[in-house]
Design a protein around this ligand. Structure first.
Ligand code: ZN
Length: 244
């Protein structure tokens, strides 16, 4: 079993905080990432702050966290992982459309964790995001929501969008999107695109997942961002986390 806290700890070369106690009781689990905690393992008790609203996503009600999640609960790391792809060795920024086009259409091999703030503000993301093992089905946390995205579906919509817009003067998006997913029309097949769709394409567009519709809003539109691998920010983040 691979936990999201494993990937973050490996990429950032995290070490346990000095002075953490050793668990003395029977086997239990990290309340955040679900990792088993057994007698002798380092842990920390945890108290939910007054504004902690993510109780529903806790993996267990053990009242303790593993040493890795001690780090994941700290503000510098929460802020450092707001728009990220976390692999075992590198952490990539994915806030831009070109980075999203890369990740959603041509993802690297797993395992990795994808986190995306829904507010731009500090959020608990990494510990409650399942690890993506197979790059054919991405799991992504968007604030309180867990999304799944099939890269082949994103590529198909991009190809379809290029085809129906070939020779058009003004851009016709195959599906109406709203980047926040809040507008009533979000996800509807564009009536202007309907006459240009081939057999089965309307059904395919209707069947896109909520995560795919959200992702497409960034990568399929009149600008059609070309996929671009972002520069990792791993070292920058390590430098920010290390005590001065
Ligand atoms: Zn944990």
């Amino acid at each position: 079993m691979l936990y999201p806290s494993d990937l973050v700890a490996e990429a950032l070369k995290l070490k346990p905080d000095v002075g953490l106690p050793h668990w003395q009781q029977g086997p239990t689990h990290c309340s955040h990432c679900a990792r088993p905690i057994e007698a002798g393992d380092l842990y920390s008790t945890y108290k939910a702050g007054e504004f902690f609203s993510d109780t529903r996503d806790l993996a267990a009600f053990s009242g303790i966290v593993c040493w890795r999640c001690v780090h994941l609960r700290k503000k510098p790391l929460m802020d450092g992982l707001l728009f990220r792809l976390v692999t075992r060795t590198e952490i990539y920024p994915i806030a831009t459309n070109v980075a999203k086009a890369w990740l959603f259409m041509t993802p690297p091999d797993g395992p990795f964790v994808i986190t995306h703030s829904s507010t731009g503000q500090t959020q608990h993301l990494a510990w409650r995001t399942p690890v993506t093992l197979d790059k054919r089905l991405l799991t992504l946390r968007y604030g309180p929501t867990l999304y799944t995205i099939r890269p082949h579906a994103i590529r198909r919509v991009a190809d379809l969008a290029r085809r129906i817009n070939y020779g058009q003067i003004s851009w016709i998006n195959p599906v109406l999107f709203d980047r926040k997913g809040a507008d009533d029309a979000h996800g509807l097949v564009n009536p202007k695109a309907l006459p240009m769709l081939q057999e089965g394409e309307r059904e395919f567009l209707i069947g896109l997942s909520p995560g795919e519709r959200w992702g497409l809003a960034s990568v399929v539109h009149s600008k059609m961002p070309e996929p671009e691998i972002p520069e990792p920010i791993t070292q920058e983040l390590i430098a920010k986390l290390s005590p001065r």
